[in-house]
Design a protein around this ligand. Structure first.
Ligand SMILES: C[S@@+](CC[C@H](N)C(=O)[O-])C[C@H]1O[C@@H](n2cnc3c(N)ncnc32)[C@H](O)[C@@H]1O
Length: 231
């Protein structure tokens, strides 16, 4: 694992206990709505891999929405995030959901294994995005889909200024105080700012082999859902 990855993993291990609370409050509850949209956008799938699953909220949302009919694997390299996922009350109602520790760049699954791969708020933390996307293609079946949900900066100038004020001034202080990890909540806005523009990210997806890419802007562009298919 690269030094950057070791630092990112350590950071998520450290904030894991406060992660859900801070997610809900700092996104003003929008994260729940964004994950619901992603879950609703999955076409027919009998099995699915949720990469960088964190505390499992995407996986639980999908399991609930499709009444456990989809076999779901949630993977993350942070054992602390996974420990919290496995302790959640909803885990007992999800008999077709399995959590496995894994790096997104080296998924422990056979080629052509899944109908869909999801990743929410995870791809921006991965430096080598093309390598990760190619790994998703490897584990996807032919015509399988990838759904990538990510925080994005609004393109409208006025909204962008409000967003920057919130992201640069308010969020790092509130996040830092509650998680007691100021570095993690300085890293969050920086990682969102560094994330490529939607049109550039679509190109990265195409270069990695995805086809028929669709882009859905959510909450005035504060988050974006990218959907692509393995041809
Ligand atoms: C912001 S959290 C998102 C968690 C979850 N998907 C959600 O919707 O709340 C990002 C997650 O990505 C994981 N992560 C970052 N880089 C990773 C990598 N290379 N391999 C596996 N997990 C990774 C972190 O451990 C963390 O749990």
């Amino acid at each position: 694992m690269s030094n950057t990855n070791i630092l990112i993993k350590k950071m998520f291990d450290a904030i894991a206990p406060r992660y859900d609370f801070l997610n809900r409050s700092l996104s003003l509850g929008q994260d729940i709505y964004w994950r619901r949209i992603m879950a609703a956008s999955i076409g027919g799938a009998s099995n699915l891999l949720d990469v960088a699953c964190g505390t499992g909220d995407v996986a639980f949302e999908i399991a609930k929405r499709y009444n456990n009919r989809i076999e779901i694997y949630g993977t993350d390299f942070s054992e602390e995030m996974l420990r919290i996922a496995k302790k959640k009350g909803s885990v007992k109602d999800c008999n077709n959901l399995f959590f496995v520790a894994a790096d997104a760049l080296l998924l422990p699954f056979a080629d052509n294994r899944f109908d869909a791969v999801t990743i929410a708020f995870g791809i921006r933390n991965i430096e080598d995005k093309k390598r990760a996307l190619k790994e998703f293609i490897r584990v996807l079946k032919r015509d399988g889909s990838v759904l990538i949900l990510e925080l994005t900066a609004p393109e409208n100038r006025f909204l962008m200024e409000l967003y920057m004020l919130y992201f640069k001034k308010i969020l790092p202080v509130v996040g830092g105080l509650f998680s007691k990890n100021f570095q993690a909540y300085r890293y969050l806005p920086d990682s969102v700012m560094k994330f490529p523009k939607s049109s550039e990210f679509v190109k990265i997806m195409e270069q990695s082999g995805f086809k028929k890419i669709k882009v859905k802007r959510l909450s005035l562009g504060a988050a974006t859902l990218f959907i692509g298919y393995k041809g």
